[in-house]
Design a protein around this ligand. Structure first.
Ligand SMILES: Cc1cc2nc3c(=O)[nH]c(=O)nc-3n(C[C@H](O)[C@H](O)[C@H](O)COP(=O)(O)OP(=O)(O)OC[C@H]3O[C@@H](n4cnc5c(N)ncnc54)[C@H](O)[C@@H]3O)c2cc1C
Length: 441
């Protein structure tokens, strides 16, 4: 080719009569690459299992990265004694993103939450998944699950490049919407008294951090004036990332229906609400927000839609009383955070401590299935109980628990695993009490 030549050659192609499809064999298939599925997949791979991770997004990280949730909740004990609850990848993320300056610990009066840079978290996840040797099928919609003899046998998946079938001994349902349980024909639950609202997150940049309103000031002004700006939600939150000039706004409430046409509209509704919230902030707090502009919208954030009917349903009294379970696999102290009212959320914190509540394995497994473990926001709880344990600290612990349960079960049943062995493997997430200076008042 001469220096000025450009590539010009083409070839004729035509779809073959028999469309090609792909078959993937694994020990453990994880459906959903959100923070829960990432924890499950990495943990299972580190146990030496062949893992395939499937997600309908063309990227890893689920809502944690792509909806820009922005804050890890439920990772630390409340009150004055703020030890860490969850280890495994949660610990590694805190250490690595802390070292790169991508975290900010917000020390509240009774609790500590951790703000993270979503770009850095996304990169961390990509590298960790690659290093663990996990097979991925992304941009992949799970459309059928064959279920026989109490086991999921195979998943039927469509991608823009062709169809994929996945066979595995065990399956983790980390889809958030209990997709595997639903497609397998197992009983699932939905909220009975109306929707749990989702939120369109948005990140603003060029914020004057030194002029930021206090949480109380913002709350009071929203209550007084939000409606004048057409802001639907009157108790929205702003997460100012100290050390940067950005704020993540959690200020909208839109329905997140499990129906394709209505679901497609929710993003537009969320963005319209966001626009009103930004107008409100610019007008009411001009010193802080006058130069602010949108850096990024997340994908619509979905909280509680459909979840499994487990062997046990965690209930609100279990959470309030800190009930201890023989089959506990995760712990947290996050409060009841119920988004069932378009205008306000219900919050019942356990901020004074000491308080710990647990997630038992029996909420993660269906009585009718032997090789399926749900984890994350689609385990079984009543609406209030689930609102507490679906935050990301316990989600990561549940992901690890799902991996270990299926590893112990092998080709047997998750209902018959050695519980003492499981709890021994998970003892960090049940008993360990490390302190991080940054998390303590
Ligand atoms: C707006 C909002 C704010 C929140 N704020 C906080 C907070 O500040 N701190 C906190 O700790 N928690 C917060 N939460 C809760 C927390 O973010 C979620 O509950 C948590 O991220 C759930 O993680 P997950 O991995 O279980 O689910 P997800 O992150 O939802 O991941 C599920 C994955 O499954 C995939 N999937 C679904 N169906 C299919 C299918 N058919 N085929 C293939 N893939 C499929 C999805 O694409 C998705 O990537 C918030 C939630 C929302 C919505």
């Amino acid at each position: 080719m001469s220096d000025t030549a450009v590539t010009t050659a083409t070839k004729i192609v035509r779809r073959p009569a028999a469309a090609k499809s792909w078959d993937v064999e694994a020990d453990i298939c994880v459906a959903g690459a959100g923070i829960t599925g990432i924890s499950a997949a990495i943990e299972a791979a580190r146990l030496g299992r062949r893992v395939v991770l499937v997600d309908s997004l063309p990227a890893l990280g689920g809502q944690a990265v792509n909806s820009i949730i922005g804050t890890f909740c439920g990772m630390f004990h409340n009150g004055p004694d703020r030890y860490q609850f969850t280890y495994g990848i949660a610990d590694e993320i805190l250490t690595d993103l802390g070292a790169s300056g991508d975290l900010y610990y917000r020390i509240g009066p009774g609790w500590t939450t951790v703000f993270y840079d979503e770009v850095a978290l996304g990169r961390w996840i990509e590298e960790a998944v690659k290093k663990a040797g996990i097979e991925m099928v992304l941009g992949a919609n799970i459309r059928a699950a064959s279920f026989e003899n109490r086991r999921i046998q195979e998943l039927d998946i469509s991608t823009r490049y062709g169809d994929v079938r996945v066979h595995a001994d065990g399956f983790v349902d980390a889809s958030g919407d209990a997709v595997l349980a639903w497609l397998a024909g197992l009983e699932c639950r939905e909220p009975a008294d109306g929707p749990i609202y989702g939120t369109q997150m948005v990140v603003l940049e060029n914020v004057h951090m030194d002029k930021q309103p206090s949480r109380e000031e913002l709350a009071a002004r929203m209550e007084e004036k939000a409606r004048e700006y057409g802001v639907v939600r009157e108790d929205g939150l702003a997460f100012f990332f100290e050390g940067k000039d950005t704020v993540a706004l959690n200020m909208t409430h839109m329905e997140t229906p499990l129906e394709p046409l209505a679901a497609s509209k929710m993003g537009l509704e969320g963005r319209a609400q966001t626009r009103n919230a930004i107008d409100f902030l610019k007008s009411e707090f001009p010193d802080c927000f006058r130069d602010a502009s949108v850096r990024a919208y997340g994908f619509p954030g979905i909280r509680q839609t459909r979840w499994i009917k487990g062997a046990y349903q965690l209930n609100v009294e279990d959470v309030r009383s800190g009930k201890e379970f023989d089959d506990a696999v995760a712990r947290t102290a996050w409060g009841l955070e119920i988004h069932d009212d378009k205008h306000k959320l219900y919050w019942e914190g356990f901020d004074k401590g000491p308080h710990v509540h647990q997630v038992p394995l029996s909420t993660m497994i269906s009585a009718d299935a032997d090789n399926l473990v749900a984890a994350g926001r689609c385990i079984d709880g009543d609406v209030a109980a689930l609102s507490s344990v679906r935050v990301m600290g316990p989600c990561m612990a549940m992901g690890a628990a799902a991996a270990h349960s299926l590893d112990l079960a092998g080709s047997g049943s998750v209902h018959q695993i050695d519980m003492a062995a499981l709890k021994d493997r998970l003892k960090d997430n049940l008993e360990r009490r490390d302190y991080r200076d940054e998390a303590c008042p």
